[in-house]
Structures are given as structure tokens and as C-alpha cells.
Design a protein around this ligand. Sequence first.
Ligand code: ADE
Length: 247
Amino acid sequence: MKISFLTLFPEVIEPYIAASIPGRARQKGLADISVHNIRDWTQDKHGRVDDYPFGGGAGMVMTPQPLFDSIDAVRAQMPAGTRVVCPSPGGVPFDNRLARELAALPGLLLVCGHYEGIDQRVIDHRVDIEISIGDYVLTGGELPALIVMDAVLRFIPGVVGNECVHDEESFERGLLEYPQYTRPAVFRGIPVPEVLLSGHHAHIAAWQRRQSLIRTASVRPDLIKGAQLTQAEREEIASARDESTAE
Ligand code: ADE
């Protein structure tokens, strides 16, 4: 897969893509990742890439010319079927399902906005999808674009071994992960749950499932509705909820 970033701050993106999982994915040839500076395309004689908003209001808006030209130039180097993605707090919510869909594409062009936003004509005529990583506003699109890339890379076979398949199943069941432990079995007097040392696979699986349920019901009750649960599990959660509201 080819992933390209368009940004005014390549120095923010570059260290991350050189390190850890993205770095490994590049080395293994699983992802071809490049970073381009939008400012390189500006035709403004002072190198400006932003201007005051029509209609007034606070902040500056990124002008269309450098964005149209940089998107067109970088897009031309990318495979057919590449999607242009723009992180924005007004975009569709990002989740694992969308990450997996994007991972099936031949290319992603991530366009990082800055200042108060970008001229809407860029969105209307060059961007395929606006994506929000959550209900808060960041100062720019670099961190969200890196988050999108990171989540997408995990779905590319070979990037993180087979752990990804496991995660995906877990999210598809709509539950949060159960807690994990490693050696030593007792650390500073704190033991790991005994069942995990039992070697009894069915008991361990049942314990893990229950932990996932308890955690999801407590931290993300909104996920329970769409999760694949047995009738007994639904009843158990309902009665735990009734008990806690009765207290
Ligand atoms: N840019 C600024 N805030 C953002 C958010 N929450 N998600 C995606 N892009 C953003």
C-alpha cells in the first residue's frame, strides 16, 4: 500500500513513520510511505498558504491553490484507486471497521489541515472522505493523520503478525479487551489471577470473556447494544446493572 502525507509540518510526521511499526512496515516493503510539504506548491510570492476567512471570523483559512496543486501532483504519483482523506473534527467517526476498509485500498493520501480550517472547495473537489478521530478539536491534522495511518497499517498482513486478526474479531464482537498479564506470576506481592496459571483453556477463555463483558459494560455501555452476546450474558449484565442502581 502507498501512503502519502501532505502537511505544512513534515518534521512532525517524519520521526513517527521512521520508528516502530510504521518503520518496520516500510523496511519490509509492506507500506511505501512518503511526506510532502504543501508549502512547496504555493504560488504566493511570500510563500503564504493561508488567508483571512470571507465573512469574517477568527483565525485563518488554508487557501485552495497550494492544496489543489499539491493534491493533484502527489495523487498523480499514486496508484489508481487511491483515496484522498482529510482529518477534520467534522468528519465521519474513525473506528477499526473504517481502518480495515481503508487498508484494502491501494493508496491513501492524507491531507493535514491547519489554522482554522481549509477552503471548502478543496474538500468538495479533491477530498474523498473527512475523518474525525474524536469529539475534541486539535490544532492540526497531523496527529489524526498519523493515527489513521497507524490503525490502517495494523490491518496490512505481515505488519503486526496475526495479533491484528485477534483485535479485529474482538472489536467485531463489540467488546473491549480483557486484561493481560505476563511474568512474574507475583510482582511486589501482587498475584496474577489464579485461573491464568491453571492451564485449563476453557476456564481461561470463560474468565477472559467475562472480564471483557464486565469492562465493556462498565466503561463503554454504548457498545453492549451492538455486541454479539448470548442471552445469558445479556441477562447477567442487566442484573448487574439493576443491582448497581438499587444500591
Ligand atoms: N483536526 C482537528 N481536530 C480533529 C479531530 N478531532 N479529528 C480529526 N481531525 C482533526
